[in-house]
Design a protein around this ligand. Structure first.
Ligand code: ZN
Length: 163
């Protein structure tokens, strides 16, 4: 068997004879990197695995609720870096329209809070009144500062977004 270049660190290594497809060397950092990329691919492809991981992570986080507070205190440099990364993740998820608080209804997921221009329409997008052939009937235009948790406001805003 010939020496190979590690997909993690780039150094040459001897693959183990028991692992003919070996792509990473045995350095701890490279083994972690191999496992990480395996998990990322698995989470992408396998919905059950993804759900199980998310559930296990939530259970762990509930049992260790102080963990991240303690970690942040001990690693002040982590806070702004993580904040920026979280913003990036949120933007990506928002673009994919899956950003939602875990304890809130799916209806709220796509509409941001803030100042919205709202059209008053029929309940759940059904047309009402004159011109009922139209998908939505504009009866009144409102401007205001609505919290995304305001169920009615969000429902209406969503209808507007769908028009
Ligand atoms: Zn390596």
């Amino acid at each position: 068997m010939e020496k190979r270049r590690c997909a993690g660190c780039g150094k040459a290594f001897w693959p183990r004879p028991q692992v003919p497809e070996q792509k990473y060397c045995g350095e701890p950092e490279c083994r972690r990197s191999r496992r990480r990329s395996w998990q990322q691919a698995k989470r992408r492809k396998d919905a059950d695995y993804r759900d199980n991981q998310a559930r296990a992570h939530r259970a762990w986080a509930e049992e260790n609720s102080a963990h991240w507070q303690v970690y942040r205190c001990g690693h002040p440099e982590y806070v702004p870096a993580n904040c920026e990364k979280q913003h990036q993740r949120d933007r990506r998820r928002c673009a994919a329209k899956v950003l939602a608080k875990m304890d809130s209804s799916k209806l709220l997921s796509a509409v941001p809070s803030g100042t919205l221009s709202l059209l008053l329409v029929g309940v759940e997008g059904r047309a009402v009144g004159k011109g009922a052939a139209q998908p939505f009937v504009k009866e009144q235009e409102q401007e205001g500062n609505f919290d995304a948790l305001g169920r009615e406001a969000v429902g209406i805003a969503r209808s507007v977004a769908l028009q």
